[in-house]
Every structure is written in structure tokens, then in C-alpha cells.
Design a protein around this ligand. Structure first.
Ligand code: HEC
Ligand code: HEC
Length: 300
């Protein structure tokens, strides 16, 4: 696999040399023939991939680690992607003792369950994840401050690392990022003393979260875990009714719907509209609820 990639890179470089050099003669054949060969190769590779997917040969279980090349490919892709996207991050000033207190508390509230902490093991469920959440003692060596912030804020697709952007305040996101950077120097004993000295409420979930872009909101509030939503990529689930064609409906969950206000009220707190409904209250902010209602009622 690795060898083949290198070959084709060599080949590509050679073909780009100016005409008349020795290398260009090595790579003979009219361009159209090479394009045809490329298409055939791409077709075969695509066919092979489709066969492997369709035959279910790749083991998706979390009890079997990826093959070594797949593992390294995914790791390399993850690092490159984080590095690229974190370039847009503007870091605030340095941490303070108070912000580190907050970061420590956020870490114990929201992160150590999966990643563990000095003297604290990850919860059993987290040890069943693949990829296994890493101990973050080393994270400050592997990533810059901006990169750590980006990972914590946006999470990592297909790993189990959640996005904290709509769950923690901006200040708390930087606080926990900076706490990660001090982690290599924190002993189990120091952490024990430290947590006793800081009130449990020091992290505090966001009272006024930034509003999620509406499509992101449908996944960040878990709506797509139960509903199919027009225009939003998600699984084919039918736990709740499909939200297609809301515009033509006169009722929401059996209650009369006179406009987006009624729909927003339902999304914000279904239990208040219809006690005992199967749809849970998801802590949707009024702004996000209204944006989702407008989206669902928009003509399309
Ligand atoms: C549900 C489990 C879970 C929770 C909770 C969680 N993470 Fe993660 N995290 C993961 C997984 C899985 C990965 C990807 C595997 C890995 O590299 O550790 C990851 C990766 C990371 C990474 C990149 C690690 C590296 O070295 O590549 C950082 C940094 C991180 N998480 C920080 C946090 C912080 C900070 C919190 C709390 C705000 C948090 N995580 C909460 C599961 C979790
Ligand atoms: C755990 C599953 C679940 C989640 C998560 C969930 N819903 Fe629902 N939803 C339901 C069920 C079940 C119903 C039907 C409830 C009833 O009639 O009492 C429903 C009904 C609705 C309706 C009314 C549909 C109709 O045909 O009358 C809307 C609109 C709606 N949900 C939007 C949302 C939005 C937006 C979110 C995310 C903020 C969401 N739901 C999250 C299960 C869920």
C-alpha cells in the first residue's frame, strides 16, 4: 500500500518534468492512453472498495483494532486536519490561577470520565471505545494551545470525542485547554488537594450559549437521533415522526399549530406542551428553537 503510493508519486513527478528531458522519455505513451489507464485503475479501485464495503469484510467492531496501515492513515489525517483548521483560532491572553481552577473543575466534570486524570481511571464504558480515549498527560506535547482548543471545541468525528462548543462557555473552553497544558506537572496528590480547594460549581454549564448554525443544531441537540430532518444528513430513524413537510401541517404533536411560535415552544420544552410525551426536553435555547422552527417551516 505504502510502496504503491510512493511509486505513483514518483511517477507523477516525472511526468511533470519539461518535455525532452530523459525522464519524460521514460514515461512514454500519448496522454490520452495514460488518462485511459488512470480511469481503468480508478474504476478497478472503486470496484474493489465497493466490493469490500458490500461484502462486509471490514470489521467495524470496537473490539478489533484497525489494521496498522489504516490506523496510521487515520492518525495522520487527524493530525493534518486539526493543524489546518486550528490556524484560524485566535488565542486569548495567558491563563490565570482562577482560570486554571475553572479548567481543572471542567476537566473533572466532563473529561476524566473518558480520558482519566492523574490517579483517576477512565470509566468502564470509556475503556470500551475504539479509538480508546488517550491519557491527556501527553496532549500538550503533541498539540499547540490553539490546536487543543480546536479539538475540545469541535470534537473529533468518528472517534467518540464530543464537541464542547455548545456545552461550555468560551471562557471554560479556554480554561480546560489551559488546564491540559499544566497536566504533565499535576500529581495525583496535587489534584486531590486542588479539587478540594475549588467549589464544585466552578465549571458551570453555559447559561447563554452561542447559537448553533441551524443544521448543526439538529445534531448538537440530538434531534437526528430520533427524527429524519429534511436537508440534514443523518440515519434513517423513525423513533419520532419524520419532520418533512411540517409547513403543510396544522398540528404539532397533536396540538394546533398556528405558526413558528407554537412549533418553537414545542421544540424548547415538549413536556410543557404535552406532559408525558416521549420526546424529551433537550435544553434547547429559545433562539435555537425559533431557528429550528423557521427552518422546518421554510418552503422547500
Ligand atoms: C465520551 C468520551 C470522551 C469525553 C467525555 C471526552 N473525550 Fe476527548 N477524546 C475522546 C476520544 C475517543 C478521543 C480520540 C482518541 C484519542 O486520541 O484520545 C479524544 C481525543 C481528545 C483529544 C486529542 C488527544 C490526542 O492526544 O490526540 C483531546 C485534547 C481531548 N480529547 C480532550 C478532551 C477534553 C478537554 C474533554 C472534556 C472537555 C474531553 N476530551 C472529553 C473521548 C472523549
Ligand atoms: C428521543 C427521541 C427524540 C428526540 C431526541 C427528539 N424528538 Fe421530536 N419527537 C419525538 C417523538 C416520539 C415525537 C412524537 C411525540 C408526541 O406526539 O407526543 C416527536 C415529535 C416532534 C415534533 C412534532 C412532529 C409532528 O409530526 O407532530 C417535532 C416538530 C419535533 N419532534 C422536533 C424535534 C426537534 C427539533 C428535536 C431536537 C431539538 C427533537 N424533536 C428531538 C422524539 C424525539
Amino acid at each position: 500500500m505504502k510502496g504503491r503510493t510512493e511509486d505513483s508519486t514518483d511517477d507523477g513527478t516525472r511526468t511533470r518534468r519539461p518535455a525532452g528531458t530523459r525522464q519524460s522519455r521514460v514515461c512514454t505513451g500519448p496522454i490520452s492512453r495514460r488518462i485511459a489507464a488512470g480511469l481503468v485503475f480508478a474504476g478497478l479501485a472503486g470496484g474493489l472498495a465497493a466490493f469490500l464495503v458490500d461484502a462486509g469484510l471490514y470489521d467495524v467492531s470496537a473490539t478489533r483494532q484497525h489494521l496498522r496501515p489504516t490506523f496510521f492513515l487515520l492518525e495522520a489525517g487527524l493530525h493534518a486536519s486539526v493543524r489546518r483548521h486550528a490556524r484560524a483560532v485566535n488565542a486569548p491572553g495567558a491563563s490565570t490561577p482562577a482560570s486554571l481552577d475553572q479548567g481543572m473543575r471542567c476537566f473533572l466534570d466532563h473529561c476524566s470520565q473518558c480520558h482519566g486524570a492523574p490517579g483517576i481511571a477512565p470509566e468502564p464504558f470509556a475503556r470500551g471505545l475504539l479509538p480508546l480515549p488517550a491519557s491527556l498527560v501527553q496532549a500538550a506535547d503533541d498539540w499547540s494551545r490553539e490546536e487543543l482548543y480546536w479539538i475540545v471545541t469541535h470534537g473529533l468525528k468518528m472517534t467518540g470525542m464530543p464537541a464542547w462548543r455548545y456545552r461550555l462557555e468560551e471562557e471554560a473552553l479556554w480554561a480546560v485547554t489551559d488546564f491540559l497544558r499544566t497536566l504533565p506537572g499535576v500529581t495525583a496528590e496535587r489534584l486531590r488537594e486542588w479539587r478540594e480547594a475549588v467549589p464544585e460549581s466552578a465549571c458551570e454549564s453555559r447559561a447563554t450559549r452561542p447559537e448553533a448554525p441551524v443544521r448543526a443544531a439538529f445534531t448538537q441537540y440530538a434531534c437526528t437521533s430520533c427524527h429524519r430532518i429534511p436537508g440534514v444528513v443523518g440515519p434513517d430513524v423513525h423513533v419520532g415522526p419524520s419532520l418533512d413537510g411540517m409547513r403543510d401541517r396544522r398540528y404539532v404533536a397533536g396540538m394546533p399549530m398556528r405558526g413558528p411560535g407554537d412549533l418553537a415552544r414545542w421544540i424548547e420544552r415538549p413536556s410543557a406542551v404535552r406532559p408525558g410525551t416521549l420526546m424529551p426536553d433537550l435544553g434547547v435555547t429559545p433562539g435555537d428553537a425559533r431557528a429550528m422552527a423557521d427552518y422546518l417551516l421554510a418552503p422547500r
